[in-house]
Ligand binder design. Structure first.
Ligand SMILES: C[S@@+](CC[C@H](N)C(=O)[O-])C[C@H]1O[C@@H](n2cnc3c(N)ncnc32)[C@H](O)[C@@H]1O
Ligand code: SF4
Length: 413
C-alpha cells in the first residue's frame, strides 16, 4: 500500500550543506553524498466495488471490466516520461497496488512486467509484490502472475467472519478468502495477508479468532490494520458502531501477542513478519528511500544531487490516461521540492513507524541535513521518555510508540 505523506510547504531556506555530487549545479546541493535505494510503485485504480471504509484512489468497475489496453498504454507513456528522473539507477522492489491489481488479465500483467524489465534497470532479485482481492482470485491466473515474475502476493482478507465481511461491503465471503489464500500459497513463494481489526461490532474474541485463523495458514507476513474512519467514505457519513477505545487497545495487544507466539514479529505499526520476511518495498518507504510512483494518483519521492522532490500523479483514471498519453507532462499533478524545513518531519514520520527505528546516521544520508538541526527535538523527545536515548539509533521507546502521533509532531517545523 502506498504511504500517504503530507506534502507541506516547499522552497524554504537552504540547509547547512555538505559537498554535493561532482557535477551538481554550482552553489546548489541537497547535501546527499549518495542516492538512496530506489523502488517502483504502480497504481491500478479499479475495484469491482468500492468498500465503504476505503479512501484509496479506487473506482468501481462493475463486473471487473477495466480499460486494460488504454491503461497499459498510458502506463508505458507515464513510465517513459519518468525515465530521465531515474536514469541509470537500479530498481530494487516493485509494488503493484490498488485498487485491485488482480483485475488485470494474466496477459496484461505479463505485458506490464515485460515493460518494466525493458525500460528499467530492474534488479534480477527484485521483490515484486502484487495486491489481490480474494473476490477476484483464480488459481490459473495466480500461477500465470507468478510465471511472469510476481514473487510476493498481498491478499486483502480483512476477516474470516461472513457477517463482518458483509458489513465491510466486501465482494467475497470467508470461504472465498480461505480458497484464495490456498491458491496464493501454491502459486507464490511469499504471501502477505491483510486483516483489519476493531471492526463494527467486533468483540475481542472475534478479533482473536480472525488472527488465529490467519496465523494457522502459516504465512510469513501479516498486515494487521486497526480500522480507521477516513474522511469522504461511506463509513464517515454513516458511522458504524465501533469497539470502544479500551477494547480496541486490548485487541491491539492481543493481536501482537498472538503473532509473536507464532514467530511473526511486529516490526512496524501494522506489519508482522517472520525473520527475513519483511516487506522490502515498504521498508524502503519507512527508511526514507526513493520511489517512483506511476499510475493515477501515485505518489513518488526522488532524490537528486541538488534536491529532493515529491511527485503526485493526477488522481482520476480517465484524466490520468488522457494526459499521460498526451506526453506533455500534464499527468503529473504535483512536483515539489521538499525543503529543509520539511525534511526532518518527513524523515521521522516514516522512521519512527519502525519498531527498531533506523541508524542515526541515516538521517544525514537520506536528508542531506546534519542531525544537529533536530538536536532540540531529539532532546525534548528523550526527556519525555518517547525516544530511546541510544545516540546511534533513532527509535521510539515503547511509550513513544504508544503515543506515536505526539512523538512525530515534535519534529514538525
Ligand atoms: C489496496 S487494499 C488491498 C487489496 C484489495 N484492494 C483488497 O482490498 O482486497 C490495502 C489494504 O488496506 C487496508 N485498508 C483499507 N482501508 C482501510 C481503513 N480505512 N482502515 C484500515 N485499513 C484499511 C485493507 O486491509 C486493505 O486490504
Ligand atoms: S477492494 Fe481494496 S482498494 Fe478496493 S475499495 Fe475495497 S479496500 Fe479499497
Amino acid at each position: 500500500m502506498p504511504i500517504s505523506i503530507p506534502i507541506r510547504s516547499a522552497g524554504a531556506p537552504a540547509p547547512a550543506r555538505r559537498p554535493g555530487f561532482p557535477g551538481s549545479p554550482a552553489g546548489k546541493s541537497s547535501g546527499l553524498t549518495s542516492l538512496p535505494p530506489l523502488s517502483l510503485y504502480v497504481h491500478v485504480p479499479w475495484c469491482v466495488r468500492k468498500c465503504p471504509y476505503c479512501d484509496f484512489n479506487s473506482h468501481a468497475a462493475p463486473a471487473g471490466d477495466i480499460p486494460e489496453r488504454a491503461y497499459l498504454d498510458a502506463l508505458r507513456s507515464d513510465l517513459e516520461q519518468s525515465l530521465p528522473l531515474i536514469w541509470g539507477r537500479q530498481v530494487n522492489t516493485v509494488f503493484i497496488g490498488g485498487g485491485t491489481p488482480s483485475l488485470l488479465s494474466a496477459a496484461g500483467l505479463d505485458e506490464l512486467l515485460a515493460m518494466l524489465r525493458a525500460c528499467l534497470n530492474l534488479w534480477p532479485d527484485a521483490e515484486i509484490t502484487m495486491e489481490a482481492n480474494p473476490g477476484t482470485a483464480e488459481a490459473g491466473r495466480f500461477k500465470d502472475y507468478a510465471a511472469s515474475g510476481v514473487n510476493r502476493l498481498s491478499l486483502g482478507v480483512q476477516s474470516f467472519d461472513d457477517a463482518q465481511l458483509r458489513a465491510l461491503g466486501r465482494i467475497h465471503d470467508a470461504g472465498q478468502a480461505r480458497a484464495a489464500i490456498e491458491m496464493a500459497q501454491r502459486a507464490f513463494p511469499r504471501v502477505n495477508l491483510d486483516l483489519m481489526f476493531a471492526l463494527p461490532g467486533q468483540t475481542l474474541a472475534a478479533c482473536r479468532q480472525d488472527v488465529r485463523e490467519a496465523i494457522a495458514f502459516g504465512t510469513e507476513h501479516l498486515s494487521l490494520y486497526h480500522l480507521t474512519m477516513e474522511p469522504n467514505t461511506v463509513f464517515a457519513k454513516f458511522p458504524p458502531q465501533l469497539p470502544d477505545d479500551d477494547t480496541s487497545a486490548a485487541m491491539q495487544d492481543e493481536v501482537e501477542a498472538l503473532a509473536a507466539a507464532a514467530g511473526l514479529q511486529r516490526y512496524e505499526v501494522s506489519a508482522y513478519a517472520r525473520p527475513g520476511a519483511r516487506c522490502r518495498h515498504n521498508l524502503n518507504y519507512w527508511e526514507f528511500g526513493d520511489y517512483l510512483g506511476i499510475g493515477p494518483g501515485a505518489h513518488g519521492k526522488l532524490s537528486f544531487p541538488d534536491r529532493i522532490v515529491r511527485e503526485a500523479r493526477v488522481r482520476g483514471p480517465e484524466s490520468w490516461m488522457t494526459r499521460a498519453l498526451a506526453r506533455d507532462g500534464s499527468h503529473v499533478a504535483e512536483s515539489v521540492e521538499v525543503g529543509p524545513d520539511d525534511l526532518p518531519f518527513e524523515f521521522m514520520l516514516n522512521a519512527l513507524r519502525l519498531k527498531d527505528g533506523v541508524p542515526a546516521a541515516s538521517f544525514s544520508e537520506r536528508t542531506g541535513l546534519s542531525l544537529a538541526v533536530i538536536a532540540h527535538q531529539l532532546e525534548a523527545a528523550t526527556e519525555r521518555g518517547l525516544l530511546d536515548p541510544d545516540p546511534t539509533r533513532l527509535r521510539a521507546t515503547p511509550r513513544g510508540w504508544a503515543f506515536l502521533n505526539d512523538l512525530q509532531e515534535l519534529f514538525l517545523g
